[in-house]
Design a protein around this ligand. Sequence first.
Ligand SMILES: Nc1ncnc2c1ncn2[C@@H]1O[C@H](COP(=O)(O)OP(=O)(O)OP(=O)(O)O)[C@@H](O)[C@H]1O
Length: 293
Amino acid sequence: MLRVAGLTRRFGDHLALDDVTFDVVPGRMTGFVGANGAGKTTTMRIILGVLAANAGQVLWNGELLTQEVRRDVGYMPEERGLYPKMKIRDQLVFFGRLHGLSPERALERTDKLLERLGLAERATDALETLSLGNQQRVQIAAALVHEPIALVLDEPFSGLDPLAVDAMVDLLREEVTSEVPVLFSSHQLDLVERLCDDLVVLSRGKVVAAGSVAELSAGSTSTYRLVVDGDAGWLRDVRGIEVRDVAGGTALFDVLDAAVEQKILQEALSRGPVRQFGPERVALSDVFREATR
Ligand SMILES: Nc1ncnc2c1ncn2[C@@H]1O[C@H](COP(=O)(O)OP(=O)(O)OP(=O)(O)O)[C@@H](O)[C@H]1O
């Protein structure tokens, strides 16, 4: 498991990270979200050792993350970092070697990834001759080439169209085994909601929410939605609930007494077809807005 514990970082007078602590659990995708300047890139740079923290630690399986172990982490930096004029295959082999692969293994992994990305025929082309979307795919291949023990991806999907995002996600899912923790930052909350198991929300250098996406978007589980074919106005007379809104067959209400929940469902069924019944989910965008207010 990757853990950041109490990371603090100042730039002059500005406190960019203030006691940032969270876990990135193996085999789960953790989304890292926050407004511009919240401190996501700074955190990721500290994890990768590109930047030093003023206080705090980065731990790998409970021990300080050493430079040696860091070499096995896959990183996609915000500023990217591939060489525009270098041939794609040479470039990926170079990154594989840099992370400790033998020449044969680096080539084997490179060719497998290029094949997988549909770029095998472009292997000897310079990176800059590819479309931006394809350059981004090569960038993710560079983070994956050495079969990383953990992945830290700074905005890996920015600028990609939905099909390209899906292709990248498929690749990640294939390559990332159940032992690999994945942390990725993103501004695209819909994407984060779709892809992530866990979420860390950063606001002005502080963690303001963290947990599983399911937990965070369950919100207040006492608010229910009922959708029936007929009129749902009868709910107004039910005790143990507080009706928030009824419009035709759709009602939103707070359950004040848990025992009443199933009674409402039975009552609704006895009156006709029930199309929807259950606790209201909160959109991740609302969680985010609430947490970063
Ligand atoms: N090298 C630096 N020198 C001075 N200030 C910096 C430096 N790097 C980051 N900062 C400041 O630290 C804060 C956090 O920046 P960071 O890039 O980590 O945010 P972010 O969450 O990644 O934002 P974005 O989503 O815009 O990439 C910002 O206020 C930024 O201006």
